[in-house]
Design a protein around this ligand. Structure first.
Ligand code: DX5
Ligand code: ZN
Length: 226
């Protein structure tokens, strides 16, 4: 693997009363901004939805990595692609027809991502990889920021990485949950090349500097000299 790491700070850990400023704080340092959409059904938590994504899209140029923790993504996900999201990730556990939805997202101009929650095995979804641009492996149970990283989830990362390599697929392999300076290296070593970090970035005194540190740690384990 030779690509450089993607670092995607999650605004879930930011100050929602100053969302645009919080995104500006990581511009230039981060690759994507990770937007956690939660609907109080698929997960117990409730965060933000399409109107906020549309407004925020106008406030910045950084690519949006939208993570939909919602029921019925077949119905709702395309709206986020139309709103200008760079990547739209929906959950395997929630989608009726992941391949059809991925095609719809791509047709709407976005990358298509599939997320695998803590209790979901990845094997049944490996055959869908050719239809996807990103795969997100949860390293916690989806629903809340600030949880403890679960290293046992890295077996799924290894499985997906192996399949990406064997198939020579152009896919970003993302990890989400508890990613910080003390966990990002093991995730990179397992084969992840995109890293979501909420608390580790927005809980830091200097969010942009926190992003740069995470990038350096990941790049080193991915065999890059940065
Ligand atoms: C949780 C979200 C994560 C969350 C990560 O379900 O998907 O993106 O923001 O937060 P940290 O990095 O604090 O674990
Ligand atoms: Zn997320």
């Amino acid at each position: 693997m030779t690509s450089s790491p993607i670092i995607a700070p999650s605004i879930l850990a930011s100050d929602f009363s100053r969302l645009a400023d919080e995104v500006h704080a990581i511009e230039g340092a981060a690759d994507w901004v990770h937007v956690d959409v939660m609907d109080n059904h698929f997960v117990p938590n409730l965060t933000l939805g399409l109107p906020i994504v549309q407004s925020l899209r106008r406030a910045t140029n950084i690519p949006f990595d939208v993570h939909l923790m919602i029921t019925d993504p077949d119905r709702w996900a395309p709206g986020y692609a139309e709103a200008g999201a760079y990547n739209v990730t929906f959950h395997a556990e929630a989608a009726d027809n992941p391949v059809a939805l991925a095609k719809t997202l791509r047709a709407a101009g976005a990358k298509a991502g599939l997320a695998i929650d803590r209790d979901t095995p990845v094997e049944p979804y490996l055959e869908l990889l050719p239809y996807l641009d990103t795969v997100l492996i949860m390293t916690i149970k989806a629903g809340f920021g600030g949880q403890k990283f679960m290293p046992e989830m890295l077996d799924k990362v290894r499985d997906v990485r192996r399949r990406i390599s064997v198939g020579h697929l152009d896919i970003r392999l993302e990890v989400d949950g508890g990613i910080a300076a003390d966990t990002i290296e093991q995730a990179a070593e397992a084969g992840a090349d995109a890293f979501v970090a909420g608390t580790a970035v927005y809980g830091a005194a200097d969010p942009a500097e926190a992003v740069r540190k995470l990038r350096a740690l990941a790049a080193e384990r991915m065999g890059n000299s940065m």
